[in-house]
Design a protein around this ligand. Structure first.
Ligand code: ATP
Length: 460
């Protein structure tokens, strides 16, 4: 078996696979497409749900000190004044005087238009927040913004959550949701888009304990990607230099992935101090202090924020799992996705469409689909069906053949090794459950799909 190598995959190959196999489509494609917006197809949505589920499990469900939230996308406009976004959430924009294309100033070299070589305007600050109007009158009083990050919904609910759940420091609030940024230069597929999803957690701590919690979260977050299969050589931590730090942050590190266009940010982890809560206290006039029963002090908690993107994660998991290997029919393309992330866990493939076989296969399928995301496929040759499942990362195929009618067994074929084992139909569900890492598909339980676990291995 070949070792998975990132050099085998280009962004073009990935974009094509995603479209061909129903992961990701261009938004509004039949109208020529809408720039930098993408639609997740039947397999893409499963992948995204699995990523979010794995994040939620590790950040909320498996912990006592983090709770969840789902705040509204539209918020009071004052929120963005307090957070600094109304004034400061800008990128420097330059425009070509000749062809009028626009660029982010820091992405252009030599002060010339990358498209036509024309002269560029002086940079001006361009606010990345999308505006819209609330209610029937379109005037400045009804102006609201589509949130550019989910974090502010957490800060403004800090006290609601803390009081309602009687949380003591340190504790965190986690949220997954859509954010919108009118990026000047979107691109690289779903890496930089104008509508995207974030997974953010604000961890509130006692001032003075920031450093310890910052280090803790950096390690946790780096491990999370690796536990889900990202290869260590393709992921790294990049601490921000002093000159890069936002004015409120005392520490920030990016988790970076080696995308085809080079090392780029997957997630940012920052020590934001008391900036956000202090700003909201000042602008709302409400005290957001915490009473520390142990020390008898009142203070504004400090915040450690791990902020990740669902779409960038999806892209990284897809790229990292992509593999090609030579086989007798040419090239086998395999997505070696962690089973917790694989869109389809089990495919049920009857060897023929003959009714007596199809009946058993449908029964098997009906039984399995209660537990796993499954797919039933009875078109084309069995070899092609295996290849199709390999290409979308399905860890196991269950094949029902004529022998199954007599011995009441089916074949489980494993994606990575292509090893095949015969398993009694009555034990199929349990065997697959074990191989897929338990009922929860826990991210902690790494996938050990040794064919020896459940029966005898035949030749692949
Ligand atoms: P970048 O420097 O790449 O613009 P950022 O530092 O502005 O990113 P953050 O504000 O820290 O990003 O947002 C946290 C996470 O949200 C990012 O690490 C990324 O995964 C995701 N994200 C931010 N902007 C986008 C976008 N335009 N498209 C897709 N994901 C995004």
């Amino acid at each position: 078996m070949t070792k998975n190598s990132p050099s085998k995959v280009t962004m073009e190959k990935m974009v094509s696979l995603c479209k061909r196999r129903g992961f990701i489509f261009q938004s509004s494609e039949i109208y020529g497409g809408l720039g930098s917006c993408w639609d997740y197809g039947p397999l893409g949505i499963e992948l995204k749900r699995n990523i979010k589920e794995a994040w939620w499990r590790s950040m909320v469900r498996n912990r006592d000190d983090v709770v969840g939230l789902d705040s509204a996308i539209l918020m009071a406009p004052q929120v963005w004044v307090a957070s600094g976004h109304a004034q400061g959430f800008t990128d420097p924009l330059v425009e070509c005087r000749k062809c009028h294309l626009r660029y982010r100033a820091d992405t252009v070299q030599d002060d010339k238009c990358p498209s036509c070589g024309g002269e560029l305007t002086e940079p001006r600050q361009f606010n990345l927040m999308f505006k819209t109007f609330m209610g029937p009158v379109e005037d400045s009083a009804s102006l609201v913004y589509l949130r550019p990050e989910t974090a502010q919904g957490i800060f403004v609910n800090f006290q609601n959550v803390q009081v309602a759940l009687r949380k003591k420091l340190p504790f965190g609030i986690a949220q997954i949701g859509k954010s919108f940024r009118n990026e000047i230069t979107p691109g690289n597929f779903v890496f930089r888009t104008r509508e995207f999803e974030q997974m953010e957690m604000e961890f509130f701590v006692k001032p003075g304990t920031d450093q310890q919690w910052f280090s803790y979260w950096v390690e946790q977050r780096l491990n999370w990607y690796q536990e889900l299969g990202i290869k260590p050589q393709n992921i790294r931590l990049r601490p921000h230099g002093r000159d890069e730090l936002a004015h409120y942050a005392s520490c920030c590190s990016d988790v970076e992935y080696l995308f085809p266009m080079g090392w780029s940010e997957l997630e940012g982890i920052a020590d934001r101090g008391d900036f956000d809560l202090a700003q909201h206290a000042k602008h709302s006039g409400k005290s957001l202090e915490y009473f520390d029963e142990e020390s008898g002090e009142h203070y504004i908690p400090h915040v450690i924020e791990p902020s990740a993107g669902v779409d960038r994660s999806a892209l990284a998991f897809l790229l990292d799992s992509y593999d090609e290997e030579a086989d007798k029919d040419g090239t086998r393309v395999v997505l070696r996705l962690h089973p917790a992330l694989a869109p389809i866990k089990v495919a049920v493939l009857p060897l023929s469409r003959k009714e007596e076989l199809a009946k058993v296969a449908r029964e098997v399928h009906a039984d399995l689909r209660n537990c796993f995301m499954t797919q039933y496929d009875d078109t084309q040759s069995i070899g092609r069906r295996y290849r199709r499942q390999d290409e979308v990362g399905t860890p196991f195929c269950v094949t029902v053949d004529f022998q199954s009618l007599e011995d009441h067994q089916a074949t489980i074929r494993e994606r990575d090794s292509m090893a095949q084992i015969r398993v009694p139909l009555a034990k199929l569900k349990q065997t697959l459950m074990t191989k897929l890492g338990g009922e929860t598909f826990g991210t902690q339980q790494l996938w050990s799909s040794t064919a020896k676990d459940a029966g005898q291995t035949t030749s692949a």
